[in-house]
Design a protein around this ligand. Structure first.
Ligand code: FES
Length: 363
């Protein structure tokens, strides 16, 4: 606990730490979360709130699971971390990961090697990798759909495809049992979901619920990332759209909107698709990383990150790889990492991850 805590008034919580604690809880058991920040047994109560205005928050675990408990006591959703601890430092991720003990001198720079006819790959620690198109797409095939994230490449819950549409329209697809989240990397056109057409433009996100028919129509050469969750789903080609469409989900297409950007220390992000808005199990967001290298940190979610602009390095425990526009990173859940940006105007990225939560939640 903070040594200045004795000087903190009784009606103010103490910042016990600036990162949450990941704790295994047992179904039906009651937990007494420390709300005052004075307990020596974080994140739980040890009675130190006596004489203050605080009481422990009683929470019953609904199931056996790992929970990230807030220790900064700033969360708007206690006892859980909601990412508010990021606002306590001027720079994102300034508080270091005590489990990352490797010095920079011991970190290996991994070169890209040929993965298949379409991609190069740099394989980092614990199944993390960076994938890069081998050559610019000058073949101008009418349509292609290539996997960049897949079970066969080591993912658990997520698949991702790069869809290129240089002319005309795609087949009418249907993916049973898995939601499909699209992100337009470049180009203009329309997405047609169960016969309903909506314009699409660069950097918009699209949500398609499992089992809905959808089609992409090209007006100007389109490059689209399609994230599919759960992975390993079967893409069917239909003769025509059917009318199964969930009218309760809105919006289906969300573009960049500066008013929806959320600050996270010196970074910002905008969520395009998530569970709270569309009921999606996958969160899709665009984010900006300033010229910086955050301390290593982890997320509970499994993630894919594509670089839209800027360059730098993807760091894991003992390895790192160069990243640049067009690269896609596969980041396994709970992998210690840092995305470094090396250019003055920062790095824009798009991330998609499962399970859905705020991109600000890290530990
Ligand atoms: S530790 Fe408090 S919000 Fe994350």
């Amino acid at each position: 606990m903070d040594s200045e805590s004795t000087a903190i008034p009784n009606d103010q919580a103490v910042v016990a730490a600036k990162k949450p604690l990941l704790i295994q809880v047992d179904a039906q058991k009651y937990y007494y979360w420390c709300s005052c920040g004075r307990s020596k047994k974080q994140p739980f109560c040890d009675g130190s709130h006596k004489g203050t205005d605080f009481q422990p928050l009683v929470w019953q675990a609904p199931k056996d699971e790992k929970i990230l408990f807030c220790t900064c006591k700033q969360s708007k959703n206690p006892p859980f971390c909601d990412g508010s601890h990021n606002q306590l430092d001027a720079e994102y991720g300034k508080s270091d990961d005590p489990q990352s003990v490797v010095s920079d001198a011991d970190v290996e720079l991994v070169e890209f090697a040929v993965l298949n006819e379409h991609y190069l790959r740099a394989a980092l620690d614990n199944g993390c990798y960076v994938i890069r198109p081998r050559v610019p797409d000058d073949t101008k095939q009418p349509i292609s759909r290539e996997a960049t994230i897949a079970k066969s490449l080591g993912s658990v819950h997520l698949d991702q495809y790069e869809i290129r549409l240089n002319e005309g329209q795609s087949p009418v697809w249907q993916v049973d049992g898995s939601d499909v989240v699209l992100f337009v990397m470049a180009g203009f056109g329309e997405v047609v979901i169960a016969g309903r057409a909506t314009p699409i433009e660069p950097h918009c996100g699209v949500f398609i619920k499992a089992g809905e028919s959808f089609q992409i129509v090209q007006h100007e050469a389109l490059l689209i990332n399609a994230t599919v969750c759960p992975s390993d789903a079967n893409w069917q080609e239909l003769a025509a759209h059917h009318d199964r469409f969930d009218t309760s989900i809105s919006p289906r297409v969300q573009g960049v909107d500066p008013e929806q950007q959320q600050a996270m220390a010196d970074r910002f992000f905008q969520v395009l698709v998530d569970d709270s808005t569309q009921g999606s199990e996958t969160t899709l967001f665009i984010g900006h990383v300033p010229q910086s290298r955050a301390a290593h940190h982890r997320h509970l979610y499994e993630e894919t990150i594509s670089v839209l602009s800027g360059q730098g390095f993807m760091w894991t425990d003992r390895t790192k790889a160069e990243i640049r526009p067009g690269d896609t990173i596969y980041l396994p859940a709970q992998q210690s990492h840092s995305v470094e940006c090396c250019n003055a105007d920062g790095l824009f990225l798009v991330g998609a991850f499962y399970p859905s939560m705020s991109p600000a939640i890290n530990y």
